[in-house]
Design a protein. Structure first.
Length: 232
């Protein structure tokens, strides 16, 4: 079978998987059958299958075999960024800057699609975060922080944008930024979150955008936290 020009960017198995998914396949044949069809060894297929699993493209189970999964961008980005930050923790600052630009660029498109239920979730998230901040000892509202930002952008029909935003929070936690315990700083952050959500509730998207920009300016105060951080 003649391969398309794009398929030359993929391994033999990945190109095969792409064709199968494009044709609506949910379960792939056995590796022995694929080996016979493609003319490559089962050992080579197993190696390529591991890559596809790491990218979240397939799931392998004893009874169901090789199952095709919906495409997600996040697994590939997360793996790549985890490696980059392991080599140089300062790499996360560059990715954080990318995430900031993405959130600001997609703000109006994202918030215009939010539902009343989404706004309610955001308001409940704000309440939960304030309860944690007021507790003794303080509890870091990291789960709420992640949920608030991802909820705002959840209605975007762009897997690549969502993948980058999800990866940001995965690595944000891994590099230790979720344990920052300066109460005044956190209260300041959540004041901006409150302004964002209040603005969204009254459909004042400009005011919400301005609060988002002010909130992101606070990130520059955290640059020192990204110096010599171990990746664990």
């Amino acid at each position: 079978m003649k391969r398309s020009p794009l398929s030359h960017q993929l391994s033999t198995f990945m190109a095969y998987l792409a064709r199968q998914k494009a044709e609506g396949a949910e379960i792939l044949p056995s590796l022995n059958d694929i080996s016979a069809e493609l003319g490559i060894s089962v050992a080579s297929l197993r190696e390529e299958l591991q890559v596809a699993r790491a990218l979240g493209l397939v799931e392998v189970k004893p009874r169901t075999g090789i199952k095709c999964l919906p495409y997600q961008f996040a697994p590939a980005v997360t793996t790549s960024l985890a490696f980059a930050v392991s080599v140089d923790p300062q790499s996360f600052k560059q990715f954080s800057d990318l995430r900031n630009h993405i959130e600001t660029s997609y703000w109006y498109q994202a918030v215009s699609s939010l539902t009343a239920e989404d706004i309610e979730v955001l308001q409940q998230t704000i309440q939960a975060a304030h309860q944690k901040l007021q507790s003794e000892p303080i509890q870091i509202p990291q789960t709420e922080h992640r949920q608030l930002h991802l909820t705002i952008y959840r209605r975007l029909e762009n897997e690549f944008v969502l993948g980058i935003l999800e990866t940001y929070w995965d690595i944000y936690e891994a590099v230790g930024l979720s344990v920052y315990e300066d109460r005044k700083y956190l209260e300041h952050v959540w004041q901006y979150h409150q302004q964002m959500v209040d603005a969204l509730a009254r459909h004042d998207f400009l005011a919400g955008y301005q609060a988002l920009i002010a909130h992101m300016d606070l990130l520059f105060q955290r640059d020192k936290q990204l110096t010599n951080l171990p990746f664990e």
